[in-house]
Design a protein around this ligand. Sequence first.
Ligand code: 6PG
Length: 469
Amino acid sequence: MEQAYDFGLIGLGVMGRNFILNVADNGFTAFGNDLDTEKVNALKVEGGDLERVNATTDVATFVKALAQPRKIMMLVPAGKIVDAVIEGLLPHIDKGDIIIDGGNSFFTDTDRREAYLSEKGIHFFGAGVSGGAKGARKGPSIMPGGSKEGYAAVQPIFEAVSAKYKGEPCVAYLGPKSAGNYVKMVHNGLEYGLMQLTSEIYDVLKKGGDLRNEELHTTFKTWNEGRLQSFLVEITSEIFEQQDEFSDGQLIDQILDKAKQKGTGKWTSQNAMDLGIPVPSIDIAVSMREISALKSERVQADDLYDRPTVASMDKDALKKMTEEALYFSFIITYAQGLHQLADASKEYGYDVDIATIAKIWRAGCIIRAGLLADITEAFKADASLPNLLLSPSFIEKVRATVGSARKLVAYGATNGIPLPGVSNSLTYFDAYTSSRLPLNLIQAQRDYFGSHTYERLDKEGIFHTEWEE
Ligand code: 6PG
């Protein structure tokens, strides 16, 4: 009898190849599929043993090689390709088989695909996979949602291949429909927010404290050993050390200051707007990538306007201030993303547990951070916590650091150093913690020009005033 492989993977790019090798390393037999012969052959060579890892360019051969119910994961670019791969599989697979979309698909596409496939008796689920190429090989964080029955069949494989935090796998079933892709989308929105914040801190340390790359390396390295411990702070410290192969200096100084994006951060912002949930620390991170792309206009405008001469600061004082402001802003950014997730969970019927999400983000993914262990505990203590800022365990952390965020924002504004992520985080905090905001005036204006009515502080009911009289 021919061998029936445990797991199938379509899309043998870097992520797919690494993921399938990870599956094989964990004792499961795996079969890959890609249209590209070179990728198929490369995997066979790297796998070393065809009984352990095999691959083909032919879909029918691929499907035939898998044990039933077939567990087929796609790691292909989001969009039309996903639909094309599904259509290519359908003539060959059977009821009860499982298709997993491991890419960054937009969540409504996942809902559509799940409805379409469940009618045909196929289990479909979207599973966000985070951790980049290294994560896929050594242990990513995996965010599955959708068919629960389908997930149960794959659970042992996913738990084996995922990253582990103190022995606990960084994967868990998150909820029905597109819950997995939605959580991954917000993960990426947070990724944008945290990356923007670290880039601002780099800027202010460089311009205000005259820190050179070597000092930036040691500063971020030291921070990574403390409460800011996180993958992004860790790689930031390493980036400052990287020598440039074409010059005497470090590579960072030769990289063009234009950040690209594939869209997941923008989707997070757009959907937060649809839900009516404020995520300004994520919004501004998307806007900053857009501003960064306007390089030639920025160069032109730089010549037209004066910029204050930066008043340099004592290095140690600046390091202390930036560490506190960054920690504060990280907390506020996570608070916003988790708020969005809690709201989306109600709106879309995901019924996700925020503590579970925080738990599976503690290792493997790009936004993994020491802070997520505290966040997990905060939501374990109160699953219906509306906002991290209301958690008793976060009050002291925020109180102790907000002062530095204020000083840093003021310093940036006075000296012409843009710190929009820190500043938006601070503004969100100040607004969220204000029992009284000036939006009474907006209601008055709406009623004045459009008879939109208003409510009163002292009486129940809806009111309208004939203002001009
Ligand atoms: C991850 C990353 C991954 C990818 C981003 C990059 O979790 O492993 O988020 O999914 O690197 O999508 O996004 P941009 O190209 O939009 O920066």
